[in-house]
Design a protein around this ligand. Structure first.
Ligand code: CA
Length: 225
């Protein structure tokens, strides 16, 4: 069941929202001021936050800004009483995802909620790319071959990241160059081959009979994991 935090100080509005959303299968909780909204919002226990702007203690802008500052990524829909364009823009700049203007129809709000909940949260970036018994750690930029750290040059690191990140795909030399070198850098095929060869010597038990990094004749490379 998806959980929605309602940050709203007007009892009638909070009650109406709770009724409607509960009836439509959501689990809800109400915070009646900005402080409570911030506290509950940052628990990460909610799939979405409905945030009124005019609130006691802390207004909705502040709650929104503070949640984003604390890296809370929960979708936020602002409930704005006024139709001031500047207010909406400010809200979105502070990290809100959407807004509805009061008075809103429950149906419209539910449509907005649904739309927000449908969008998958940004996938957490891969931290480690694995191939065989080896790992390329993208945080520390370290290559571990069967658990032993092996030093890579910056170019070798970028190449391996491109290859291991596109495992199974045939990449042309140009695609490799575009991904592993800065834009505008002039790189010849020979330079690519040289770096690929030195990378191979580090990751392959037998560089002449590669298990991972294969040349696809006339096209480019393919990396198998
Ligand atoms: Ca209010």
């Amino acid at each position: 069941m998806q959980r929605i935090l309602i940050v709203e100080d007007e009892p009638d509005v909070a009650f109406g929202l709770t009724e409607d959303l509960t009836r439509h299968g959501y689990e809800t909780q109400v915070a009646t001021d900005g402080d409570a909204g911030l506290q509950l919002g940052q628990t990460g226990a909610f799939d979405l936050i409905l945030l009124d702007l005019m609130l006691p203690h802390r207004d909705g802008f502040e709650v929104c800004r503070e949640l984003r500052r604390r890296n809370v990524a929960t979708p936020i829909i602002l409930l704005t009483a006024k139709t001031h364009e500047a207010e909406k823009v400010l809200g979105l700049e502070l990290g809100a995802d959407d807004y509805v203007t009061k008075p809103f129809s429950p149906r419209e709000l539910r449509a907005r909620i649904k739309a927000r909940l449908r969008q998958p949260a940004a996938a957490a970036p891969a931290r480690v790319l694995r191939f065989g018994n080896n790992e390329l750690d993208l945080f520390s930029a370290q290559l571990r071959i069967a658990g032993v750290t092996v030093a890579l040059t910056p170019t070798e690191y970028r190449l391996l990241k491109v290859f291991a990140g596109n495992a199974g795909r045939v990449l042309s030399r140009q695609q490799v160059i575009d991904s592993a070198w800065d834009p505008g850098t002039f790189v010849t095929d020979r330079v690519v081959d040289t770096h690929v060869w030195s990378l191979r010597k580090k990751i392959e038990a037998n560089p002449s009979e590669p298990r991972f990094l294969h040349v696809v004749r006339g096209i480019g490379y393919r990396f198998d994991v």
